[in-house]
Design a protein. Structure first.
Length: 75
C-alpha cells in the first residue's frame, strides 16, 4: 500500500522563502513538481504558480484542462 503524504495546506515561513528562491530558477515548473518538492497540496501549488506568473517570475508555456506548464523567465 502506498503511504499517504502529509502535505501542507498553507505556506509556513520556510516554505514561502523556498518558493520565492527556488521556483523561479527551475526550468520546468508544474503544480505536481511543486507538490513533490515543497511538500504542499495541489491546490496550494496551483495558486502558487498563478501568483508567480502574475508577479512575472515564471511564464506559462502550455495550458491543458488538467495541467499547466510554466518555465523560468529568461532575459
Amino acid at each position: 500500500m502506498r503511504e499517504k503524504l502529509n502535505s501542507k495546506v498553507l505556506f509556513d515561513e520556510d516554505g514561502w522563502v523556498r518558493l520565492q528562491a527556488e521556483v523561479p530558477k527551475m526550468k520546468l515548473v508544474t503544480p505536481s513538481g511543486l507538490c513533490e518538492r515543497l511538500k504542499i497540496n495541489a491546490s496550494l501549488a496551483r495558486a502558487a504558480c498563478k501568483y508567480l506568473a502574475e508577479e512575472g517570475k515564471i511564464t506559462k508555456v502550455e495550458t491543458h484542462h488538467a495541467q499547466k506548464i510554466y518555465t523560468r523567465v529568461t532575459a
